[in-house]
Structures are given as C-alpha cells and as structure tokens.
Design a protein around this ligand. Structure first.
Ligand SMILES: C[S@@+](CC[C@H](N)C(=O)[O-])C[C@H]1O[C@@H](n2cnc3c(N)ncnc32)[C@H](O)[C@@H]1O
Length: 286
C-alpha cells in the first residue's frame, strides 16, 4: 500500500530536511520524551489535529459491522484511554444491555490509571474493564478478543513480526486485528532525523508494518489511509517536541518550524496545516 500523502514535496522542504540532517550528523542523540510529560503533550498535540475524530469514527463504524452481540476489545498501548473510552461508550450505547469487555495494555502506570478511571466514569454496568500495566511483550493476557487494536503504539515494540504474531494469537477465530500507524510522510521524516533510537531500533512506520505482515504470511483484508491535518504552526515547544518525538534544543526549533511550514498545505479554513495521515491495517483471524 502506498500512503496517499507522500514524503516532502517541495525542493525547499527537502533542502530544509537535509540541513537538519547535517546539523544532527555525528552529534549525540537528542533526549527522549519523558514518560511523565508524554501523555500530557500527546493530548495537547491531538487537540491541534482532526485525526483523533477521524480514527474514532472509523473504528466505531468497523465495530458496528461486528454485530450486536457481546463484544470484547483489547487495546494495546491504550494510553490514557481517551480514544478507547469514546469507543467503549459507543459500544455500550449502540446496543443497550450488551456485555462489553474492554482490556487495555499500557506500560505507563499513570496513563493506565487514567484509562481505568475514565472507563469507570462511564458507569456502564454491562462494561467490564481491565488494565495491564506492562509492555505488550511482557503482558500476560490469557483470553482472546473479538478485536485487538493498536492505535499509534506499534512504533515502540522491539520486534514487529513477533508482535503481530502474538497479537493475532489474542484474536478469537473470526475476530479482527487492527493496526493504526503513521506512514513516514512529511511529518515523520522529522522523527527519523531527530528522534533518539528506541531500544536499538528506530520507530516503525507503516511500510515496516506492512512488510512485517507480509513476512509473517498474514493477509490483510484492507489497508486504508485517513488523511488528517494538524496545526503545528500554533504549537507550543512541548507539542513540537512530541511531534518529532525528541526534546529539541532551542537552536533546532527554528529549522524544524521552517520545515513544517514548507510541507504545510491549506486546511479547510485556508490556514496552513501539516498533513497528518494514519494508515489502518486490518486482518481477520481464520
Ligand atoms: C501515541 S500513544 C497512543 C495512545 C492511545 N492508543 C491513543 O491513541 O490515544 C502510544 C502509547 O503506546 C504506549 N507504548 C509504548 N511502548 C509500548 C509497548 N511496548 N507496548 C504497549 N504499549 C506501548 C505508550 O506508553 C503510549 O501510551
């Protein structure tokens, strides 16, 4: 699958990216984002993008296609649950009385606690919720699910192929595995240049995920791109750091903002927006 939003288009953007690459050559990696501020800056970043709403609508439509019976969902890397709570609420409201089981896996305990608290705040008797405070690789989950979903979390796993295999093992026969991940595209070209490596690997983008599915012999039902836009021109320094997945030094911020301006396109209101696509990979467990 080729993402609908390609890598930097203009010569100016390509030159600015090259300049950043040159600035970073042979110097120590930038500091990684701290777990404590990650969830807060992520939430602020999402407020500048229309992607969260597109994902929520898309996944709610997919869930609606699974019928009216009891349903179980495992969200891997659920974060503070802000997306999952929306989905769980939709499931509960769509079919009153239907049992809904919603399990999250999240390594940061603060985020996992928010996931549990927000789900509890729905006060839905038919909803059972559990959170595993763990990375996916270390989680001990001994049940299968109608849906296993990764939303913007598979970037961080150590071994993509093993992750996809284990995730599919957690899907009941006939159930679905959905992986939502960003393509490299214009924004993530910056991540590639600026983000420090994670446990010896770079962040995995959509092409890596697609390759891992193919290498595991897992056939995709479909792969679609949701074309979102993010307003990074008005972002704080902290949100800019989240966007590039690194703590930037003050002297890098100017060139990063110049690159983002160069890759921007007009949004619906005519203001500059950075393309913020997300790919949705879907497969059924047979
Ligand atoms: C960009 S956030 C997405 C959170 C949530 N899915 C959402 O869309 O709001 C990525 C999440 O993946 C989690 N994460 C990082 N490494 C992980 C791993 N190895 N296994 C599971 N989750 C992980 C992070 O802690 C973070 O909460």
């Amino acid at each position: 699958m080729t993402s609908l939003v390609p890598t930097p288009t203009s010569t100016a953007a390509a030159d600015l990216l090259d300049d950043l690459r040159t600035l970073r050559q042979g110097v120590a990696a930038l500091p990684a984002l701290e777990p404590d501020s990650y969830a807060r800056d992520h939430a602020a970043f999402e407020l500048l993008s229309d992607q969260r709403g597109l994902i929520a609508d898309h996944l709610a439509d997919r869930m609606a296609e699974l019928g009216d019976g009891p349903i179980s969902v495992l969200s891997v890397g659920c974060g503070d649950g802000s997306l999952d709570v929306r989905l769980a609420e939709g499931l509960v409201r769509a079919v009153p009385g239907r049992p809904v089981r919603y399990v999250g896996i999240e390594p940061w305990s603060g985020s996992a606690a928010l996931f549990t608290a927000e789900m509890a705040a729905l006060e839905a008797r038919e909803l059972t919720v559990e959170a595993h405070v763990s990375s996916f690789a270390d989680a001990s989950v001994d049940e299968t699910f109608d849906v296993v979903v990764f939303v913007h979390s598979i970037y961080y796993v150590v071994d993509l192929r093993e992750t996809l295999r284990s995730a599919l093992d957690l899907v009941r026969p006939g159930g679905q595995l959905w992986v939502l991940n960003a393509p490299r595209a214009a924004l993530n070209e910056l991540v590639d240049v600026l983000a420090p490596p994670l446990e010896d690997h770079r962040q995995w983008f959509s092409a890596d995920v697609e390759e891992a599915f193919a290498a595991e012999g897992i056939t995709l039902d479909d792969a679609v791109t949701l074309n979102a836009l993010v307003d990074l021109a008005s972002s704080s320094d902290e949100v800019l750091d989240f966007a590039v997945q690194a703590r930037l030094t003050p002297e890098l911020r100017g060139p990063v903002r110049a690159y983002l301006a160069a890759v921007s396109v007009p949004g619906p209101d005519g203001e500059a927006r950075v393309p913020h696509p997300v790919d949705v990979f879907s497969t059924t467990r047979h």
